[in-house]
Design a protein around this ligand. Structure first.
Ligand code: ADP
Length: 476
């Protein structure tokens, strides 16, 4: 099958979060099943230059206020269509915002991407390639199924994947015609959302199928605590909703062949100890007698970093250490810096975004902490499993689906791969950290758990088969 994947980010070209990892990994995961997936993203500054064998496949003299061209090219093993529309994508700041905040024309910027994607899906990309399926991602892709619905699909079926319901593409109702939507799109059963427009909601209503990135999150999304106002819409589409876990891109994340670290495997864990020692030295920590916990994360309320700040004193007193990499909210950065100041031998924080360092942390830590208040799938706990770095996670969303929490039963069955806690508050997290210290001290049990974690299936094989099945049902 031919599939056009439409998103705002894609590894290795542009990334702010897990969405980019998934969009970049799907084509390679689907190829062995006979699927030909192209990824369409905006040509942010520097993107076009990275495409090999670039050819122009589509053009529009007036795409939301300026000329646009779509270029097809190769990056690594991906076929990428980059939509070059200088008036929309050549900006000095980030891909969504600059120092002044979100770009005010973000609705139009991503509407343009969806418009061009729908046109290519409908009429072909100019090189004879016409997709059977348009697979859109998150609110930025939400209008693509809608444009197919309102302006003709040419037989292309659509699918929308929710990577995070917190971002809903909400904008004023006065933008309706600027977004090239007909009046009937401003309907309760369509894009209308408390008097505004939501591109995500419209996509959820109009897509032929909906997926999200874990079975637990699929269930959670239908409840008010997690649906963030869209629970009713999602529940109304329950029969077309599927929860499919993300996989780990094992070409990038495998401890056996990772250039950023001393390699190791479940059979020989010697390299892991080397990585731990190097990490302690790199972060300027002293002796850490207990477990060395690590965090690689956006620093936001979602990720529960504030809970960690509260749970930390007991963990440090019990012999634990913490090495952390992240960036985000200033007050969370500040709280973690204060902790590093109080316990300089045990806590160290690097503020920033650094992929090689993320690898060194995942390899060198004893445990990776993911105390998220909600987590659609989560990738770092899966990297942790792969690298034998025991995940300590909140029992929510994809964290709940990927980690088998240590209990007397799971430990005696040698099935446990991590530590889970609930409810998501600092008291339960502190309890989980106490269990971490105790398990880490029991060497035979700990080693069994590490080896079991490394054998957990976190690859793309299973998820790709699920996507394939749904694509097949859509086109049957
Ligand atoms: P989210 O998409 O909500 O941020 P995920 O766990 O799904 O969370 O994906 C986060 C991805 O971003 C992972 O690949 C993680 O390693 C990476 N990441 C997050 N923060 C940093 C950072 N400061 N430096 C390097 N990589 C990071």
């Amino acid at each position: 099958m031919r599939i056009l994947s439409v998103a705002s980010e894609c590894v290795p070209l542009v990334k702010t979060g897990g969405l980019a990892d998934v969009v970049g990994a799907l084509p390679g995961a689907l190829a062995p099943l006979g699927h030909d997936m192209r990824v369409m993203i905006p040509a942010y500054p520097g993107i076009l230059e990275k495409l090999r064998n670039r050819v122009e496949i589509w053009a529009d003299p007036d795409l939301f206020g300026g000329p646009a061209k779509a270029h097809l090219g190769r990056v690594a093993d991906l076929d990428v269509i980059a939509l070059d529309a200088p008036h929309l994508y050549r900006r000095d700041g980030g891909i969504y915002a600059d120092a002044g905040g979100d770009y005010p024309d973000n609705p139009e910027r991503f509407a343009a991407l969806c418009w061009a994607a729908a046109a290519i899906a409908r009429d072909g990309g100019g090189d004879g390639w016409t997709p059977d399926i348009l697979h859109a991602h998150d609110w930025q892709g939400g209008l693509a199924p809608a444009y197919l619905h309102y302006h003709g699909s040419g037989g292309t079926r659509s699918m929308l994947t929710i990577h995070n319901i917190a971002f809903q593409g909400i904008t004023g109702a006065d933008r309706l015609s600027a977004l090239r939507l007909p009046p009937e799109a401003f309907d309760k059963e369509a894009a209308e959302y408390w008097g505004n427009l939501s591109t995500l909601k419209l996509g959820l209503v109009k897509a032929d199928a909906i997926t999200t990135v874990s079975p637990t999150y699929a269930e959670e999304l239908m409840r008010p605590e997690f649906g963030m106002g869209l629970e009713g819409v999602i529940a109304s589409r329950a029969k077309d909703l599927h929860g499919i876990l993300n996989g780990v891109d094992e070409a990038i994340w495998s401890p056996e062949h990772d250039d950023a670290i001393a390699p190791y495997s479940a059979r020989s864990l010697k390299g892991k100890a080397t990585n731990r020692a190097r990490l302690i030295a790199e972060f300027g920590l002293g002796d850490v007698p207990g477990p060395l916990a690590i965090v690689v994360s956006r620093l936001t309320w979602q990720k529960g970093i504030d809970l960690l700040a509260e749970a930390l004193p007991d963990f440090i007193a019990a012999g634990g250490g913490l090495a952390m990499l992240g960036s985000g909210d200033r007050d969370l950065e500040e709280a973690m810096r204060r902790a590093a100041h109080i316990w300089p031998d045990r806590v160290a924080v690097r503020v920033g975004y650094d992929e090689p360092l993320a690898h060194r942390l995942i390899a060198g830590g004893d445990a990776v902490l993911v105390p998220s208040r909600f987590e659609p799938c989560g990738l770092t706990q899966m990297y942790g499993l792969r690298y034998g770095t025991i995940p300590v996670v909140a029992a929510t969303g994809g964290l709940n689906d990927t980690v088998i929490g240590a209990t007397p039963a799971s430990l005696s069955a040698k099935a446990a791969t991590g530590i889970t806690f609930h409810p998501v508050d600092h008291i339960a997290l502190a309890g989980a950290l106490r269990r971490l210290v105790a398990l880490h001290a029991d060497r035979p049990v700990w080693t069994t758990m590490v080896k079991r974690a490394m054998k957990a299936d976190v690859g793309w094989h299973g998820p790709a088969a699920r996507y394939s099945e749904i694509y097949g049902n859509l086109t049957a």
